[in-house]
Design a protein around this ligand. Sequence first.
Ligand SMILES: Nc1ncnc2c1ncn2[C@@H]1O[C@H](COP(=O)(O)OP(=O)(O)OP(=O)(O)O)[C@@H](O)[C@H]1O
Length: 256
Amino acid sequence: MTVLSARDLVIDIPGRSGGAALGLEIKPGQIWGVLGPNGAGKTTLLHTLAGLKPPRQGQVQLDTLDLTAMPRRTLARKLGLVFQERQDSFPATVLETALIGRHPWLSLWQSEQAEDIRRAEAALEALDVSDLGTRLLNTLSGGERQRVAIATLMTQNPDVWLLDEPTNHLDLHHQVQVMRLLSACSRRNKAIFMCLHDLNLAARWCSHVLLLYPDGQACWGSTEVMLVRDALEGLYGQKLIELHKDDIRLFAPASD
Ligand SMILES: Nc1ncnc2c1ncn2[C@@H]1O[C@H](COP(=O)(O)OP(=O)(O)OP(=O)(O)O)[C@@H](O)[C@H]1O
C-alpha cells in the first residue's frame, strides 16, 4: 500500500506570493476532503500532487520516491486522477473509455484481455452506467460522464485516488452512491484525496479535511476537529448554522 506525501510543499498559484508549506501524509484507508472558496487553489493542489504541475517549493513523494523521478506507467499504477473538466471529444464508447483505466497495466502492444473487460464492466455496474456501455461518451449527460470518469479510475484501481469534485453534476442519489463507493474503497486500503464544495458530504464521509484559504494559508487534520462552524465561516466568509442529528453533522447557510 502506498502513502502519498507532500513535503514542505507550496503550490504555484500565478500572482500569489505567500502560501502555507504543506506537510501531509495521505495514508491507505483515509478519505481527505479539500475545502475552500473558488480560486483558493484546490485543483492546483490536486494537479501538483498528481505530478502534473510543478510546485513552487517542496516535493511530492509516493512512499519514499519523488514523484517526478517515477516512470509514468509506474506512477499510473499507483496514483489516478479524476479531473474537474474533461475534453471528451475523442469518439470513444463508455466501455472503451473505462478500459483506458487498464492501459497502465498492459504492455505497450498488448490489447485488453477478458479480465480487463470484466473489471471495466464491474466498475460501470458499480457506477450505475453499465447500460450505457456502447454509447459514445459525447452523447452522455454531465452526471453520466462524471460517473464514467469515476468508473475509469475504479478500473485503473491505483492505490491513491485523487478526485476533483467527484460529485459535480450528480443528483442526490448518485452523490451518496459515489461517496459510499469511495468509502468502501478506503476500507480496502485505498487512499482518497478529493476537492469538495459540499460541507455535508465532507462531514459525513471524510476522515480528514484540509481547509485552503484564498491567500494560500491552510490547515488540516481530522474532520471532527477541523470541520467546525467558526473555521468554516472564516473560510467562506459566510455565516452558517450547524445542526446535529444522531451522529450526523450538518451545515446550512444562515439567512443573515
Ligand atoms: N494558467 C493560469 N494563469 C493564471 N492564473 C491561473 C492559471 N491557472 C490557475 N490560475 C489561478 O489560480 C487560482 C487557483 O485556481 P484553482 O483552479 O486551483 O482554484 P480552485 O480552488 O480549484 O477553484 P474552484 O473552486 O473554482 O474550482 C485561481 O485564481 C485561478 O484563476
